[in-house]
Design a protein around this ligand. Structure first.
Ligand SMILES: [Zn+2]
Length: 479
């Protein structure tokens, strides 16, 4: 058979198969609605799967949760089928979670590339030789996941990549001062042998991080780069609607002279912070005496203790690594010079978990709008109910959302579990935290049909005509 013919035939076959499946599933007398829904499913223009097909092992029902629940975000994320535990500190990231993470990665890419960041990808399997050269093979202690290959050669699973990136840049013999600042970053899995993994994705042994490394001609230039990355971080968190504080921090085993943490305030936060009530001063307790109450910056303010979750960390490294690995560039006088470096981390999976921890209620997830796995969920009426007739409007509505609103392409799901009441499906929807839920119910049968729109973030319910609804949804920002 010709490949193209085969393709067409396959589509026809799938369509027939789906239609018959739905007819079989539906009760007698409800074939009409089943046909409507089947025709929605078979529209190839809408790649989003209906809710009944979404892969969520726990499927939002109150099944016993596996493992010990140590915080709200962990429980909510497991209940909503976003993550599933595998071994201590390791999780499966399920499809809805991956959608959300990919959105966060797009936002991070935009902000890093806006300041000149170039994305690369470095090996997770790191040679022990590099780590011995920087002396971190011993300094890292038990936190480093170490392994040997079949030849008995030592490796580690990278928790961070200062050694790898610096040796990479050192291998480029022709780097010129004209190419600096050079900002290289990656978004990859990182590994840390946590003694006591807990709090779900907040303290795991395998997680995603964005790590960026900068190379500059001088200390002054490196400080400017440092400042521009801090500003990019501030913009990123403000786009996500997260209130993040930049605090002075300890440099730890990364080394260097200047360091800041980006902290999201939360009760379960493991970092103790001191924040001035009068000026912008804030610091991690590790950097000063914990009983200090007077502000070292403005001298008049009082320091207040609070707790935070560290979601980002910036370090000015100077020549700590570039000296050891001989990462040089040719200066304007055409002489080899050692580059000045900085490194900048963002916990990708940690930002998602921390945001859920901060924003959600005990009953359901509330996402930073941009990062919700899906923006809109449409609920058709229960099959066989009084308002069953309104189901005919669903096809037109879903088609319209997908076709006329480019911002919502792939962002609309249809909760086709029409054997369940609207109330039950609404409860599930609020657990997963769709920013907008559209109920096609009683008001859709009025002369001018109106749709019930539940807007999670505003905590509002509105009754809108189709045009009013499209106007509202057109304004949803997506990434
Ligand atoms: Zn102050």
């Amino acid at each position: 058979m010709e490949p193209i013919m085969h393709h067409v035939w396959l589509r026809v076959f799938q369509r027939l198969q789906r239609a018959s499946l739905f007819l079989r599933k539906s009760h007698s007398g409800c074939a009409e609605q089943a046909t409507v829904l089947a025709s929605i499913h078979s529209r190839r223009i809408r790649p989003t799967l209906p809710v009944s097909r979404l892969y969520q092992p726990l499927n939002l029902r109150d099944v016993g949760l596996q493992g010990e629940m140590t915080c709200k975000s962990q429980r909510l994320m497991q209940q909503a089928g976003l993550i599933h535990p595998s071994s201590p500190g390791c999780y499966y990231y399920l499809p809805a979670m991956v959608r959300s993470m990919e959105k966060l990665v797009r936002v991070i890419d935009q902000e890093m590339q806006a300041i000149g960041g170039q994305k690369l990808d470095m090996p997770s399997l790191c040679s022990a030789n590099l780590w011995k050269t920087s002396e971190r093979w011993d300094l890292m202690g038990n936190e480093l996941f170490r392994l040997k290959d079949r030849h008995g050669v030592d490796y580690c699973l990278g928790p961070t990549h200062e050694e790898a990136v610096t040796t990479l840049v050192a291998h480029q013999a022709t780097l010129s001062y004209r190419q600096l600042p050079l900002l290289l970053y990656q978004i990859t899995r990182k590994f840390r042998d946590e003694p006591r993994p807990k709090f779900g994705l907040l303290r795991g042994r395998e997680f995603y991080m964005k790590d960026m490394y900068s190379f500059d001609v001088s200390e002054e230039a490196a400080h400017q780069t440092y400042e521009s990355v801090c500003q990019a971080y501030t913009r990123l968190f403000s786009r996500l609607g997260l209130c993040c504080i930049q605090v002075q921090a300890d440099t730890g085993n990364i080394g260097g002279k200047l360091s800041h943490e980006f902290q999201l305030p939360a009760d379960i936060g493991e970092d103790q912070l001191l924040v001035c009530g009068n000026c912008s001063f804030s610091a991690n307790v590790e950097t000063m005496s914990s009983d200090r109450t007077d502000c070292p910056q403005c001298k008049t303010g009082t320091l207040v203790a609070t707790k935070g979750i560290e979601v980002g960390h910036t370090f000015y490294l100077g020549k700590r690594y570039s000296h050891v690995f001989n990462a040089t560039f040719s200066s304007s006088q055409n002489k080899p010079s050692i580059a000045e470096m900085g490194c900048y981390g963002l916990g990708v999976t940690r930002i998602l978990a921390a945001a859920i921890e901060m924003m959600s209620t005990e009953e359901g997830i509330c996402w930073p709008g941009l990062l919700a796995p899906y923006q809109v969920c449409v609920l058709p009426p229960k099959i066989g109910s009084k308002v069953d007739k309104a189901a005919v409007l669903v096809e037109d509505l879903v088609h319209n959302l997908g076709e006329t609103l480019p911002n919502l392409r792939g962002e609309v799901v249809l909760d086709d579990r029409t054997q369940m009441t609207i109330g039950k499906r609404l409860k599930d929807a609020s657990k997963l935290g769709y920013p907008y839920v559209i109920v096609v119910g009683q008001h859709a049968l009025e002369e001018t049909p109106r749709f019930e729109v539940i807007c999670q973030q505003m905590g509002e319910t509105m009754f809108l005509s189709k045009d009013g609804l499209l106007d509202l949804l057109r304004r949803i920002e997506t990434v």
